[in-house]
Ligand binder design. Structure first.
Ligand code: HEM
Length: 487
């Protein structure tokens, strides 16, 4: 039986898609927590469903996490559901979820992947999709030492400095003669994050690359599509055979070909990027980056594993941080009083200096804004809905209120109660990077500009994709604060 740490936010119209997301998304770093467990005598109550289909039809509404929460009221915080022939346990309370992730970890260590995820993630070669065991321990150590841990992040500080200043410059370039100028944050931020991901993973930014296997030169914009956007959409593709593994012998050719094509293209581009850097290394030019680190460890890794791990670092760096930062800016632009509070705090702590990472520990309200955004809009396709909307734990849970973390009722550690970064041995490896980039970007954007949501944007909160992208990029009006004297 699988355990589904109840959570799910994307609003996908078709019932079967919804249900598949539960199965597929469950097993990645960008996913719900689904774990394999033997059936115990004291199994949790099962939600009654139909023969063969189980509870598939009951999850047909656009917001299935609401159904989960409704069932929790009747069946308690832990129950099981059946999607076709796949059973899952749904956990609806932070306490139980924590116990599953941390204390009972040994029983939930395997990753059960959908067909699409297996293909896209090179058959469990990623840190986030492999089963817990020797390989997981090894590659998690590699990604932490090579790119995401505190020391590696220190080495990459100059890349983060450059990316954040580039985002600010790109927004300044949009300022026109009007008092306020209309901007979208997503495009400039996403392309800068992608560049950062390339620099950290490969040692260099790359504007274009000839990909022999595809017989064409790929430009940066197309690279983002092939490496990040297409795979994230492909893994939520519906293959009904995921619910009925005993029918796997029935071909589903169009779906298989679509997924294969996405996987082949992203592997071909990653391989070409790596080969280009191998030539650099061959010339004796070493750079401190993830690829050079992995190649020095290559005795333990196959070439395919190196390709998969480099792709993982690129895709994970490029997406979730963008998602949480865009949602944070949406909330800030929507709440002028809270924006002012943030600005005052930044002024007090940073004075005439541009905000740096050293300022971050002193910017409590900014920190709280980041964690409050993770609570209300967790970027992973988990909704943590019942946990993060529990009125017993959170005052007015539906409201974005960073100050909740600063009142006497909460302690510093409560910020992690949202469990947005998971927990236990599979806890997110990139939380430090996400926090450093997101908090400083938010800080710089507030330092330089006053933000106002475009009229009608308040209700524009639909999401899509494996991570909870805002369906429509946030549109806001910005006005420079005239802080050009900042040093
Ligand atoms: C706000 C941003 C982020 C959020 C909310 C987030 C959330 C998560 C969650 C919930 C998990 C656990 C999934 C599970 O148990 O299956 C996870 C795992 C992981 N995350 Fe993140 N993540 C973020 C950013 C990043 C970044 C920037 C990177 C890397 C560049 C990253 C790399 C990973 C990896 C490698 C794992 C797998 C860890 C393991 O299985 O041991 N994450 N993340």
């Amino acid at each position: 039986m699988d355990i589904l740490f109840q959570s799910f936010r994307s609003e996908i119209p078709v019932m079967i898609t919804v249900a598949l997301v539960i199965v597929t998304a469950a097993t990645t770093a960008f996913s719900i927590f689904v774990f394999y467990e033997r059936r115990h005598l004291n199994s949790p109550p099962a939600i009654p469903g139909l023969p063969l289909l189980g509870n598939l039809l009951q999850l047909k509404e656009r917001k299935p996490y609401l159904t989960f929460a409704k069932w929790a009221e009747v069946y308690g915080p832990m129950y099981s559901i059946r999607l076709g022939s796949t059973s899952m346990v749904v956990l609806n309370s932070t306490e139980i979820a924590k116990e599953a992730l941390v204390t009972k970890f040994s029983s939930i260590s395997t990753r059960k992947l959908s067909n699409a995820l297996t293909t896209i993630t090179s058959n469990k070669a990623l840190v986030s999709t492999c089963d817990y065991g020797e390989y997981h321990k090894m590659v998690k150590k590699y990604i932490i030492s090579g790119v995401l841990g505190a020391n590696a992040q220190k080495r990459n500080l100059h890349h983060r400095d450059a990316m954040i200043e580039n985002v600010v410059s790109k927004l300044f370039a949009k300022i026109n003669d009007e008092e306020y100028s209309l901007v979208e944050l997503r495009e400039p931020f996403q392309s800068e994050l992608f560049q950062l991901a390339l620099k950290q993973s490969l040692g260099n930014d790359v504007d274009s690359i000839y990909v022999e296997e595809l017989g064409q030169t790929i430009l940066k914009k197309e690279m983002i599509k092939i490496l990040v956007l297409d795979p994230l959409i492909a893994v939520i593709e519906v293959d009904w055979r995921d619910f009925f593994p005993y029918l796997r012998w029935i071909p589903n050719k169009s779906m298989e070909m679509k997924i294969q094509r996405t996987a082949i293209r992203k592997t071909a581009v990653t391989k070409a990027l790596i080969n280009q850097q191998r030539e650099r290394i061959g010339r004796g030019e070493k750079i401190s980056c993830y690829l050079d680190y992995l190649l020095s460890e290559e005795t333990t890794l196959t070439k395919d594993q190196v390709i998969a791990l480099i792709w993982e670092a690129i895709v994970e760096s490029s997406d979730t941080t963008m998602v949480v930062t865009e949602w944070a800016m949406y909330e800030i632009a929507k709440n002028p009083t809270k924006q002012d509070h943030l600005y005052q705090e930044i002024q007090k702590v940073c004075g005439m200096k541009k905000i740096t990472e050293e300022h971050l520990p002193y910017l409590q309200y900014l920190n709280a804004a980041f964690h409050e955004t993770l609570r209300l809009h967790p970027p992973i396709t988990i909704n943590l809905y019942a946990c993060n909307m529990d009125k017993k734990d959170w005052d007015e849970p539906e409201k974005w209120k960073p100050e909740r973390f600063l009142s006497d009722k909460y302690e510093q550690m409560d910020m992690h109660k949202t469990m947005a970064f998971g927990g236990g041995k599979r806890v997110c490896a990139g939380s430090l990077q996400a926090m450093l980039i997101s908090c400083r970007t938010i800080g710089r954007l507030i330092q330089e500009f006053e933000w106002k949501l475009k009229d009608g944007e308040e209700d524009n909160i639909d999401t899509f994709g494996l991570t909870t992208h805002k369906l429509h990029p946030m549109q806001a009006h910005i006005r420079p604060r005239g802080s050009c004297g900042l040093v």
